[in-house]
Unconditional design. Structure first.
Ligand code: NAI
Length: 403
């Protein structure tokens, strides 16, 4: 099937750049603004080859089994829990998301928070709104020359590092993986080493069993007296009750928290936290990555993943599917096959190739414990017949030609 014939449905008001980009690639794209219910999806999806959703549309096992023809799914957001990934994988459907499109947005928020904390902007703003004039330099400091400790030097942590150095901060970082320092940043050998020297500590680790409660009372006691803590990573990383105690004793001079162990599920639900009402505490409703630019970047990133998978078979970045990243090959056809990863399957496929006398000019295979993803560049005159034969194998899940 050519790109022009493929139909894509984008739901939940996905940024229009995704539609524009995909239409420019020759796909037919329909956009709807709401999150369709399960029954609506079951009705809608038979007309489409691809669906793009955000966080509110649920692609359940039921929806997927009624639509086994779907070629790929895009989550135009970070999380992918709303899709039954296992069921999609078993049907040979790669699911893409956009985990890093909001990196810069989070990094900028952290920089804003460092300055806000060291000038007590949150409290002074609140006071000015109710008529209290608090003009005083006490406790207000520049960030220049201070030390920023970054825990987790990945996409976000390393961006914060670059921005902070540009403002004259010294940067130290700690990561479980040895990372190349950017600029003049210095890697510390342990979390404790970082906490001992940092005026600001900012957390940028993923949610894992190892990072759960990684900033508790013991670690807060290791922080410098009068230092600040920023968490825009995951709510499980900081022990909130311990933080309350360290703020009350003034050992920690302030904090900015964007993520919480329990967060309201919608804007209609009330937010409660033991941190409410404490001095120099900035609380934000998990908005680190929520900017218009990030939405735009997400639209571009997932649209690009669709283009690469649909037109060249590249599955890199798929969260539930073996990753294969391939150069485009000219002068041949490209055959994609997803099969059950069981002993003997490749032998059967190779048997069909030799029976057809097909000339394979390139072959790429990636597997996980359940499925194998095989990409072959075949002489164009032999591709259709070979694809049809391979598709008939009992352990083939799906087979298609991309060009
Ligand atoms: P990333 O995967 O690029 O970087 C994470 C880094 O943490 C990696 O370098 C990893 O080696 C390191 N790490 C893992 N375990 C560690 C440990 N125990 N100690 C020290 N370092 C450790 O992730 P990225 O994109 O930088 O995201 C970081 C966090 O920010 C994630 O938790 C993500 O969910 C969160 N996030 C929050 C947003 C918000 O709206 N507040 C938006 C986007 C991401």
């Amino acid at each position: 099937m050519t790109a022009n014939a493929l139909k894509i449905l984008l739901v939940e008001n996905i940024h229009p750049v995704a539609k524009e980009t995909l239409m420019a690639e020759g796909f037919h794209v329909d956009l709807i603004t709401h999150a369709p219910s399960e029954s609506e999806l079951i009705q809608l999806l038979p007309k489409y080859d691809v669906v793009g959703i955000r966080s509110k549309t649920e692609l359940t096992a039921e929806v997927l089994s009624k639509n086994p023809h779907l070629l790929t799914i895009g989550c135009f957001c970070i999380g992918t829990n709303q899709v039954n990934l296992q069921s999609a994988r078993e049907k040979g459907v790669p699911v893409f998301n956009a985990p890093h499109s909001n990196t810069r947005s989070v990094a900028e928020l952290v920089i804003a928070e460092m300055i806000s904390l060291s000038r007590q902007l949150g409290d002074r703003n609140t006071k000015a709104h109710v008529g209290d004039w608090v003009k005083s330099a006490e406790g207000a400091k520049e960030v220049r020359g201070k030390t920023l400790g970054i825990v987790g030097y990945g996409h976000i942590g390393s961006q914060v590092s670059v921005l902070a150095e540009a403002m004259g901060l010294k940067v130290v970082f700690f990561d479980v993986v040895k990372k190349l320092p950017l600029g003049n940043a210095v890697m510390k050998s342990s979390l404790e080493e970082l906490l001992k020297v940092s005026d600001f500590v900012t957390l940028h680790v993923p949610e894992t069993p190892e990072t759960k409660d990684m900033m508790g009372a013991k670690e807060m006691a290791q922080m410098k007296k009068g230092s600040y803590l920023i968490n825009a990573s995951r709510g499980t990383v900081v022990v909130i009750d311990a933080l309350v105690e360290f703020l009350k004793s003034k050992h920690i001079a302030g904090c900015a928290i964007d993520v919480f162990p329990e967060e309201p599920s919608s804007n209609k639900e009330k937010f409660k936290s033991p941190l409410q009402g404490l001095a120099n505490v900035i609380l934000t409703p998990h908005i680190g990555g929520s900017t218009e630019e990030a939405q735009y970047a997400i639209g571009m990133e997932v649209a690009e993943s669709f283009r690469r998978y649909l037109k060249i078979g590249s599955s890199s970045g798929a969260v539930n599917f073996p990753n294969v990243d391939l150069p485009v090959k000219h002068g041949t056809s490209r055959l994609l096959n997803v099969h059950k990863n069981e002993p003997g399957v490749l032998g059967e496929i190779n048997g069909l190739i030799s029976k057809a006398g097909a000339n394979i000019e390139g072959q790429y295979l990636s597997t996980d414990d359940k499925i194998g993803y095989l990409v072959m560049d075949v002489h164009s005159s032999q591709a259709q017949a070979l694809a049809a034969d391979i598709d008939k194998l009992s352990r083939s899940i799906r087979t298609r030609l991309v060009y």
